[in-house]
Design a protein around this ligand. Structure first.
Ligand SMILES: [Zn+2]
Length: 348
């Protein structure tokens, strides 16, 4: 059975060896702009294609049997990559990537738009955050061929993406019954990525490198300017967050010069925060949680932010914030236990 695993890896790796972009003798214009070859497919300038990533029917390769969208512009330009559902329950991003891709007319496009809108495709179907081997794919990058199934998939994705992407937008939502205020996560020390973050048009930009092993961080370390759009709740399709995300992707495409003659919708300048902190349930104070603040609220030290009712005793815990800042993420009402992250506060 090891043989089968190796065979599908080989098939995929052979496809990687194909030219990632550029040019063949056919269809290449005088300015050197020609078809893109990706994962065994050829997409001519002015064309778009949706196809399956995995080329093998084997048991393990099926975990990568997800969809790839490629729109090859009629004119030369950079390649913007969109990824969503690296966490399989964070569904808003799928709709952002799908809608933005469908809006990008390759006849008008300068450059290439590539979307992997359902990276953890099994998680998309079942509504689960993690991969079928119970790992968090967003801690597995850049991955390894000697690793777990998730590590292998991370390796293949990272290798493809670093070859073809000039810039990346990775799409997420809050995790586990938590909602995020629409926000961009970015390394504030990287001027090009920060430019993309500001151009996106979300109300909040939060600085940070991201956790080790996350796709955004590892792509940045490979030299690809990368940002994350975080908005809303997992397991939902939220029209406002999706529409804002689509606008943001188009705005970044404008910044990169991919949509000649198109103007970005005017948006207020984002508020930039350099750090953030979660307020958690104190030891022994678990119970039924209700927030008393909204996303986007400004809070000062000592302000009440939540209450937790002890369900078996006639007791109530009132939670206050020890720090000032803006509420950018928050749990929805639910049963909570000691240590659970409830309120995410961003600070300048
Ligand atoms: Zn996520």
């Amino acid at each position: 059975m090891i043989g089968i695993r190796k065979i599908w890896l080989l098939v995929v790796l052979v496809l990687f060896a194909l030219p990632a972009s550029g040019a063949g003798p056919d269809g290449t214009s005088a300015d050197g702009w020609g078809p893109i070859e990706l994962l065994g497919r050829t997409i001519a300038p002015g064309g778009k294609l949706k196809f399956s990533y995995a080329q093998s029917p084997s048991f393990e390769a099926a975990y990568l049997n997800t969809v790839v969208f490629v729109s090859r512009g009629a004119k030369p330009g950079p390649t913007l990559c969109l990824t969503a559902l690296i966490h399989g329950d964070e569904r808003n991003g799928f709709e952002v990537a799908r809608t933005a891709f469908d809006m990008a007319d390759p006849k008008q496009l300068a450059g290439t738009l590539i979307a992997l809108p359902a990276v953890n495709v099994n998680g998309f179907r079942s509504g689960t955050r993690y991969m079928p081997d119970r790992r968090d794919l967003n801690r597995e990058f850049p991955g390894s061929l000697d690793g777990s199934n998730s590590g292998i998939i991370a390796y293949l994705l990272h290798r493809t993406a670093t070859k073809v992407c000039d810039a990346l937008i990775d799409l997420h939502t809050g995790s586990f019954d938590r909602a995020n205020l629409p926000q961009i996560r970015v390394d504030l020390g990287h001027p090009r990525a920060l430019e993309m973050a500001r151009a996106f048009g979300a109300p909040v930009v939060l600085g940070g490198e991201g956790p080790r092993g996350s796709f955004r961080r590892e792509m940045m370390e490979s030299g690809v300017p990368s940002i994350i759009y975080e908005a809303g709740l997992p397991l939902r399709f939220e029209p406002e967050e999706i529409e804002r995300g689509v606008d943001g992707v188009l705005n970044v495409m404008n910044l990169l010069g991919m949509r000649a003659g198109r103007e970005s919708k005017p948006t207020p300048a984002a508020k930039v925060y350099s750090r953030s902190q979660w307020l958690r349930v104190p030891m022994g104070e678990g119970g039924v949680f209700y927030p008393v603040r909204k996303l986007g609220d400004r809070v000062e030290p000592g302000d009440q932010v939540a209450r937790i009712d002890e369900p078996f005793l006639d007791e109530r815990f009132t939670m206050t914030t020890p720090i000032a800042g803006t509420v950018i993420g928050m749990a929805v009402p639910q049963v909570v236990f000691s240590g659970y992250a409830l309120i995410h506060i961003a600070q300048p």
